[in-house]
Design a protein around this ligand. Structure first.
Ligand SMILES: C[S@@+](CC[C@H](N)C(=O)[O-])C[C@H]1O[C@@H](n2cnc3c(N)ncnc32)[C@H](O)[C@@H]1O
Length: 165
């Protein structure tokens, strides 16, 4: 996909923080698009870093390589009891990587929030990229057996969830 640098819209990110609390780190970013003061960029290579000194990690990864990022999230969540990762991904639920690293890992996934409407991501010049061809979801990774499976979110500051299961 040509959207590896697409930035999360700030109102959505603010809504996530309002709802879940402040993030400690942006796990895939650069200086211009970071959502949190502390961030890992390509040079740091987040995939090689330890994440276990953080509690709340924000992750909107490059969308061309979702499986390597999902593998990394799985590893880090397994290693750390206190780490929570909030990962924004396209809703391509038919993909192997969703089945391998999300649906078949209920012990690592707290909730999947299906976002109502399409997020208006921003390009490198902070311009809206238009309506993407895909919906997005927010996956809350946390080692937790007291979990919800699916909820609904709304893509603005009024981020809300409805418990289905
Ligand atoms: C989809 S953008 C997300 C930007 C921002 N974090 C946000 O949520 O708006 C993905 C970012 O990850 C960065 N990136 C790519 N490979 C990375 C790596 N191995 N480690 C850390 N960041 C990486 C890219 O440079 C890009 O800025």
């Amino acid at each position: 996909m040509g959207n590896d640098l697409w930035e999360t819209p700030k109102p959505f990110f603010d809504g996530v923080e309002d709802y879940f609390g402040d993030m400690d780190i942006d796990l895939a970013a650069n200086f211009q698009n970071r959502k949190v003061n502390k961030y890992f960029d390509e040079k740091d290579n987040s995939l090689k870093m330890d994440w276990n000194s953080y509690n709340m990690g924000w992750l909107n990864p490059p969308y061309s390589k979702p499986s390597i990022w999902l593998d990394k999230v799985n590893d880090e969540i397994l290693k750390s009891k206190d780490l929570e990762v909030f990962m924004l991904l396209p809703m391509t639920f038919e993909s192997n990587y969703y089945h391998n690293s999300v649906f078949n890992k209920p012990e690592l996934v707290n909730t999947i929030y299906l976002i109502n409407g399409r997020l208006s991501y921003l390009d490198e010049n902070k311009k809206k990229v238009g309506s993407p061809r895909f919906g997005s979801c927010l996956i809350h990774f946390k080692r937790d057996f007291n979990r919800e499976i699916i909820s609904f979110g709304k893509c603005d500051r009024e981020f809300k969830s409805v418990k289905l299961i």
